[in-house]
Design a protein around this ligand. Structure first.
Ligand code: 2YH
Length: 265
């Protein structure tokens, strides 16, 4: 799994602002209503404690600060603990946190101490980036509006598959792990192996891989929406501009908001 770096988070303010604007344009919904409607929850001034974690590769410079920035953009009451790890947890509870957020190298979680709901970043990320595609209002009457190409069927992509299945999509999957692809296509008739030779175009593409430039040109049209939490960049700048792609791509904030809304009341 890719570990975020300071460089990925460098432009979190601009990234977040641009992506929120694009999501609002695509879904015709205000961003907060969008999160509320997906999870059927509301933020009611819960206090959120962010705990820096030193284990494994240690503290990522600006990780906790980027989370705090995101929560503040959404007018949430949040703080970063002065202490790290177990002492940070203790501090968060003592400061009356309702929700805690913390991440090591494998897991980024949100836990609501009041209702015991817990969220894993991979699941919440898979969910939000697929919901964006599902709720995007497509201008023209496309026959393949209920088809999606999913590139990368790791932990995030697998969650996306479940969301698209629930919404009755036909799902084309691609992953360099052929065995995994075989296993998944056998699970449901609505999941098919993507074959680039068929020259099939997609209006909706979901990407979650740790690789660069994974989106094939052959799948693109001038109406394609690409939704990707993937780091590094799933589509080259060149292809993005050539097809005027509507691109939702942001390293941390949208996944974090998805985690929070999933554990609220
Ligand atoms: O970036 C990560 C992992 N890839 C898990 C995220 C799941 N999508 N972890 C961040 C580690 C943060 C560090 N321990 C800190 O600064 O607290």
């Amino acid at each position: 799994m890719a570990l975020l770096t300071k460089v990925d988070l460098e432009k979190i303010d601009k990234d977040l602002e641009n992506n929120i604007k694009k999501i609002e344009e695509l879904t015709k919904m205000n961003i907060i209503s969008f999160f509320e409607s997906i999870y059927n929850t509301k933020y009611k001034k819960e206090k959120i404690g962010i705990i820096p974690i030193t284990s494994g590769n240690g503290i990522i410079d600006t990780f906790s600060e980027s989370i705090l920035y995101t929560l503040q953009i959404f007018n949430m009451d949040a703080f970063i603990t002065n202490q790290t790890d177990v002492s940070g947890y203790y501090e968060a509870i003592k400061k009356n946190a309702d929700i805690i957020l913390m991440a090591d190298d494998l897991t980024y979680l949100a836990f609501n101490l009041n209702n015991k709901k817990i969220s894993h970043n991979q699941q919440a990320t898979g969910r939000i980036y697929s919901e964006i595609l599902i709720h995007s209002k497509i201008k023209k009457d496309h026959e393949n509006e209920k088809e999606v190409l999913i590139i990368g069927v790791g932990n995030v992509g697998k969650h996306a598959i479940q969301i698209f299945l629930k919404n009755d999509y036909t799902i084309y999957i691609f992953d360099k792990n052929e065995n995994e692809v075989k296993k998944i296509i056998n699970q449901n008739i609505k999941i098919k192996k993507y074959n680039p030779k068929l020259e099939k175009k997609f209006i909706k593409i979901f990407e979650a891989t740790p690789e660069r430039d994974t989106i094939p040109e052959i799948a693109l049209t001038s109406d394609t929406i690409v939704s990707t939490p993937g780091i590094p960049r799933a589509i080259s700048k060149n292809l993005e501009n050539k097809y005027n792609i509507k691109l939702i791509m942001e390293p941390l904030g949208l996944g974090t908001m998805s985690m929070i809304y999933s554990i609220l009341k």
